[in-house]
Write a protein that binds this ligand. Structure first.
Ligand SMILES: O=C1O[C@H](COP(=O)(O)O)[C@@H](O)[C@H](O)[C@H]1O
Length: 235
């Protein structure tokens, strides 16, 4: 089956873009519309965004949207356990991209500087009052990790449990990566708007593999029928 056929068969939506610029514009408009809708209906909106290298163009476009930022709560789907001065901080990526709105919006940090386990507990408690999110924008590594849910994490099965997983979990360091904090599918599914933004043939091949159920890829746990996959060829 082709990628298009597979996504359709699994009940997912697929939005394809001619390039990363068109993708960033579409994502920003779609996210802004959903935030406005939530603000109109409830008086506030809450969203969780991804870090990494991919979201920069989307975040720049989002910063240019006309929104009442004082009614928007923002957090991350994952974070390296580093403070916001580190080049590895996902919080710094969002803060820099949304600098003009930062003092208005309500920021819920994942990193709190106590310990990964204690920080995850604090975030899980805080998220109780935030869920379900109005908007979740996921990214994905070419290895199929999503948020900071990694295939080689010995605790992955625990973190993917849709009923019993904590909302935010500490992800242990290994030779390849720093300690991290990650939201789990229990926190990330059921959002009003759920997007997975990927770019490039290699990431598309990874999602295709996850859709066929091969390889135990963490992203597979998030490929729910309410999800829209936004795809562009690499820029
Ligand atoms: O580690 C991470 O990687 C993924 C993908 O990042 P990218 O650099 O390939 O865009 C990202 O979604 C996640 O938030 C980040 O912490």
């Amino acid at each position: 089956m082709t990628f298009e056929q597979l996504t359709r068969a699994r009940g997912l939506h697929l939005q394809q873009h001619v390039d990363v610029t068109a993708q960033a514009e579409w994502l920003a408009c779609r996210v802004a519309d959903q935030l406005r809708k939530a603000i109109t209906e409830k008086g506030f909106a809450r969203m969780a965004l991804s870090g990494g290298r991919s979201p920069q163009a989307f975040l720049r476009q989002l910063a240019g949207q006309s929104l009442d930022w004082s009614r928007i709560g923002l957090t991350l789907v994952d974070e390296r356990w580093v403070d916001q001065h580190s080049a590895d901080s996902n919080a710094a990526l969002l803060r820099d991209a949304l600098a003009e709105h930062w003092t208005q919006l309500h920021w819920l940090p994942l990193y709190r500087g106590i310990s990964p386990a204690a920080d995850a507990e604090q975030v899980s408690a805080a998220l109780q009052a935030w869920l379900p999110f109005d908007v979740v924008v996921l990214g994905m590594g070419v290895d199929g990790h999503c948020a900071s849910l990694f295939a080689d994490d010995p605790q992955l099965a625990q973190w993917l449990d849709p009923d019993a997983a904590p909302l935010c979990v500490p992800v242990a360091a290994n030779a390849q990566r720093l300690p991290r904090l990650s939201l789990t599918p229990r926190a990330l599914v059921n959002a009003g708007l759920q997007l997975l933004a990927i770019s490039g043939e290699d990431k598309r091949a990874t999602v295709q593999q996850a859709l066929t159920g091969v390889g135990g890829l963490p992203v597979a746990a998030l490929l729910q029928p309410s999800l829209t996959i936004s795809y562009s060829p690499a820029g």
